[in-house]
Write a protein of this length. Sequence first.
Length: 106
Amino acid sequence: ETLVPPQSALSANHELWVPLLLHNYTDSPADITLHADLPAGWTGNIEDRRYRLESGSTYPIEIFLNAPTDSKEKSPQSLSWTATQSGTALSKAELSVYLEYNYVPQ
């Protein structure tokens, strides 16, 4: 058996809340940049953001997005975020989002 990748659906107002956790597993402070890779038309917290994490610390991030309101696409859209340090990718989080409002696939 395998785990099902994270999935979500939008609220009736086309908003999506995405909670993420950044964790520094190293023995030194780290400057981490979070980059979003979203399909065309998504708005909200989409710009790259830089975070300073102390050694062994965890930082919670809340991302609020708005889906394109005129999309007729019903298949899931893939959203992803990549954490980088000095231009090197460290980790990636992916989320499939259904544009069928108020519905989460079971």
